[in-house]
Design a protein around this ligand. Structure first.
Ligand code: PAF
Length: 285
């Protein structure tokens, strides 16, 4: 049986109208912000949102302000019709797909910057990225007004930035982190995996394997500094062209740990280039 088409709204006023009607009927609203090019990982976020709410709204907006000029904004994969079919089948009730002019009308002049947790790792490697994310997520949460919003742990630093933002600005929404969806060989699902050549795709799972081995070392009492250095060497040997970072940080605010064995909840995070594609991954330690 074919799925009925997913309702799509583009103006913020229409999104608010739909959400208002659901809320008046006593329904909880779940929200999953995305940039489209959806895969099983996104669909698992929709399914998790369904467990928390009667209605699920998904946004698709390739946000120009979180891409640096040399990054892949123009090349970022887009395909709304396919995405809408996947979302309908996954139990989404409404797709919010605003235009750039709707999100950033002429005269737009506000940026939301979060301190601390935005500074290391991707914040250092991609200056301005988290200001773009924090600004667009603030807008999306205001526009939709959900009870709960779901973000993937695949972008763990982003998740912690959004948790900080929501706490600091008293936004009335519960943030839920969803476990990273992986291919059978361990590669974290990502829209950017589509850029990998067949040869690179074979190498890509060594990112997760390397981090898994690093976690095992840390649990066995290895020193943070040794584990980080060994992981960088392993990724380089596997064929990664450039390793932006492999770092073990505190799980909550991603601050630095001492060089010795870990004594409190931590996260190991990595970003590395395979050819032109930048892959990220992370594990709880
Ligand atoms: O994770 C993403 O897809 C994006 O960073 C987000 C949260 C949708 C903001 O543009």
């Amino acid at each position: 049986m074919s799925q009925s088409p997913l309702p799509v709204v583009r103006p913020v006023a229409e999104l608010r109208g739909k959400v208002r009607a659901w809320r008046a009927a006593g329904e909880r609203i779940g929200f999953v912000p995305t940039m489209g090019a959806l895969h099983e990982g996104h669909l698992s976020l929709v399914q998790l949102a369904r467990q928390h709410a009667q209605r699920v709204v998904v946004s698709i907006f390739v946000n120009p302000t979180q891409f640096a000029p040399h990054e892949d904004f123009d090349a970022y994969p887009r395909g709304e019709a396919r995405d809408a079919e996947l979302l309908a089948a996954a139990g989404c009730d409404l797709l919010f797909a605003p235009t750039v002019a709707e999100m950033y009308p002429s005269g737009f002049a506000t940026t939301v910057t979060v301190g601390g947790v935005t500074e290391p790792l991707d914040g250092a490697a991609r200056p301005g990225h988290f200001a773009g994310v924090a600004t667009v997520v603030s807008k999306l949460l205001n526009q939709c007004g959900p009870d709960v919003a779901v973000f993937g742990e695949k972008d763990y630093q982003q998740l912690q930035v959004i948790r900080r933002l929501v706490r600091d600005l008293d936004l009335p929404v519960e943030i839920v982190g969803a476990p990273t969806a992986r291919a059978p060989d361990g590669l974290a699902l990502s829209s950017r995996n589509a850029y990998l050549t067949p040869a690179e795709r074979k190498i890509a799972p060594s990112l997760a394997r390397t981090l898994g081995a690093a976690c095992a070392g840390l649990r066995a009492g290895a020193r943070v500094s040794d584990v980080e250095a060994e992981a960088v060497a392993a990724l380089t040997a596997a064929g990664f062209r450039r390793v932006d970072y492999v770092e073990v940080r505190t799980a909550e605010d991603l601050s630095r740990l001492g060089p010795g064995p870990i004594t409190s909840p931590a996260r190991i995070l990595a970003a590395a280039f395979l050819g032109k594609t930048r892959l990220i991954d992370n594990f709880a330690v």
